[in-house]
Write a new protein. Sequence first.
Length: 269
Amino acid sequence: MQPAPRYLWQDLTPDEIRALAARDAVAVLPLAAIEQHGPHLPLSTDLDIGLALATAAFERLPHDLPACLLPAMNVGLSLEHRDYPGTLSLSPETALASLTELGDSVARAGFRRLVLFNSHGGNKAVVDLAALKLRAAHRMLVVRANYFRFAPPPQALPASEMRHGLHGGALETAMMLHIAPHKVRRDAIDHWTSCGEHMATSGHTLGPEGEAGFAWMAGDLNPAGVAGNARLATAELGERLVGQFADTLAQVICDAHRFRLDQLATGAD
């Protein structure tokens, strides 16, 4: 089920956009990727998950809360996956410029509240920089919301999988089994051990992520370009994850609408 048309930016008229901005609405921009996710998941995995979570979040919003869902930025920064066929990627410079200019357009339309909803880990740095540039340029609230940083349901997955299943593991596979089961190649589901798991057991302070994370290409994690135990994934788990993450995103949107803009410093003229 898609959000009601009044929430989809591309389905609105200029007058309707102007009216939403006048109500101090929250604009939500999904950011995704088209990139390899191993032999079992499609290139659209990040996009499918992001749109499903955004749609479910909008369905959870109070009917009187003004908000709109922008068209997704389908292709992002996927430099770490460039060695695998099918991956599409912008350069860091182009990704930053594209996201910033989309935000500029939203600000020109009169919106002061923007949620950058990201479903791809490689976009994090671009989201951080674009959010700061937009805040500085427009004195607007710009929220950086990465679903993979949201708390999962209690005991949904082992701690080791949450830490090391960075790409194409149980979490993403479970959500895809719920969202788009026809796209999952079930006979290719496997357990791909990450180099980070080996490093953690040997006492290393370094790892692909964490307090001392190193820059990595997907093949550094595992030659297959995937990391995690996808065998733990079920459609039932995916339904729980989608519900939890959608609840969190809906709360983020509500909180963005309640945020007092006078808390943002005016800055120098």
